[in-house]
Design a protein around this ligand. Structure first.
Ligand SMILES: *Cc1c(COP(=O)(O)O)cnc(C)c1O
Length: 397
């Protein structure tokens, strides 16, 4: 890019973040670094290939449209879905909003009740609460102390007027994997649509949403080493939605707005690459997570949050006993990039609604840390992190 700028006579120092030399990044559930090969794959589509893929009256536009088709095909193949089922969005937040509001609006005459779970991301809970304010019935199911939904509770909550059940695949704070097959088995025969926020699972584990009986599936590129600002909603064939953005009619009329082709190229490339090394990565990071957990247990006074078995390999969430949460986090952040909950809840300073839903007290929730390991995490970093936590805990306890 800088060489391109110089060609055009612009000579400015690149703008970048300050170098956080001493920080060990263990916050991969908030976001991941974009794979350099993905950045390279996007590059030509910002410059020479800049044309609008909706411009069908000239050759550059047609070439952009052809690339959009190839990237859509690449995404579809990775998820084993028809290319037409993909609605490209700005990320999982937008995909969730389109899925939840779009489906409820399309089924207004069939019923006005929806069901979700207390540990969902705000990008699911808030659209559901919005619909509740408009007059929909909303049931928010609790989870067990292991963070898992009990399918029997879902079965008991469904009503004749239930139109949608929204349950995430993998939790962004505690990494637990919800029992999706049991959920679709309950909803399918009753004609209830199932939406799954899979922002933390797509790209980390190969899975086929349509085979599982999922109607709507959201994901976001930057959670699997892709670019920020792009994602998609998979809409199973035959499922009807009302658009939430009206305009030029892109994405089959479901999501108007000029398609950001470079981001879509990056999204597709990132998904292919992330899935290619997903099994190896999960195995390696599972071992590093075990090393971290074993080291923390030696320090004593730590409790695991979320099921030990039904979880992502690269996530660990623990509560520290006998220490003030605010002081713990301010000590840890001098050396570690970790978080207390989701990126959103840590910004508000509120204790995590996910940890409260597991039965943790406000104090325990505040003294909890989410460790999100990623592609470049090393054993040395884990050991350095453990050493830092150990000395900080000794001073604080
Ligand atoms: C990150 C995340 C989102 C939001 O994704 P955006 O890219 O910020 O729109 C939604 N749900 C879950 C589970 C997430 O982890």
């Amino acid at each position: 890019m800088p060489s391109k700028c110089r060609q055009h006579g612009i000579n400015r120092a690149p703008v970048g973040p300050p170098v956080a030399a001493a920080s060990i990044y263990l916050d991969h559930q908030a976001t991941t670094p974009c794979d350099p090969a993905v950045v390279a794959a996007m590059a030509p589509w910002w410059s020479e290939g800049f044309a609008n893929p909706s411009s069908r009256s000239h050759r550059p536009g047609l070439e952009a449209a052809a690339q959009l088709g190839r990237s859509r095909q690449q995404l579809a193949a990775a998820l084993a879905v028809p290319p037409e089922s993909l609605v490209l969005t700005s990320g999982a937040t937008e995909a969730n909003n389109l899925a939840i509001k779009g489906l409820c609006e399309a089924r207004l005459s069939r019923g006005r009740h929806l069901i979700t779970v207390a540990t969902e991301h705000r990008a699911v809970l808030d659209p559901c609460r919005y619909l509740e304010r408009l007059g929909f019935g909303l049931t928010v199911l609790p989870v067990g102390t292991d963070g898992l939904l009990d399918p029997a509770q879902l079965e008991a909550a469904v009503r004749p007027d239930t139109v949608l059940v929204s349950v995430m695949a993998a939790n962004n704070e505690i990494g637990v994997l919800q029992p999706l097959e049991a959920i679709t088995a309950i909803c399918r025969p009753r004609g209830i649509a199932v939406h799954v926020d899979a922002a933390q699972l797509v790209g980390h584990q190969r899975f086929e949403p349509l085979k599982l009986g999922i109607d709507l599936l959201s994901f976001s590129g930057h959670k699997f080493y892709g670019p920020k600002g792009v994602g998609a909603l998979v809409v199973a064939p035959g499922v009807e939605l009302m658009p939430q953005l009206h305009g030029g009619g892109q994405e089959g009329g479901l999501r108007s707005g000029s398609t950001p082709l470079p981001l879509v190229v990056g999204l597709a490339e990132a998904l292919s690459r992330a899935l290619a090394d997903a099994p190896e990565r999960a195995q390696r990071l599972g071992q590093l997570r075990q090393r971290l957990w074993a080291g923390l247990q030696v320090l004593g006074g730590v409790e695991l949050n979320g099921s030990a078995e039904q979880r992502l390999a690269h996530n660990l969430n623990v509560s520290f006993e006998g220490v003030d949460g605010a002081r713990l986090h301010s000590a840890l952040r001098r050396r570690l990039a970790v978080s207390g909950g989701s990126a959103c809840s840590s910004a508000s300073g509120e204790p995590s609604h996910v940890l409260l839903a597991l039965g943790r007290s406000r104090e325990q929730a505040a003294a909890s840390v989410r460790f999100g390991l990623g592609r470049f995490t090393t054993a040395e970093q884990i050991d350095q992190a453990l050493a830092w936590i150990s000395t900080q805990l000794q001073q604080l306890r």
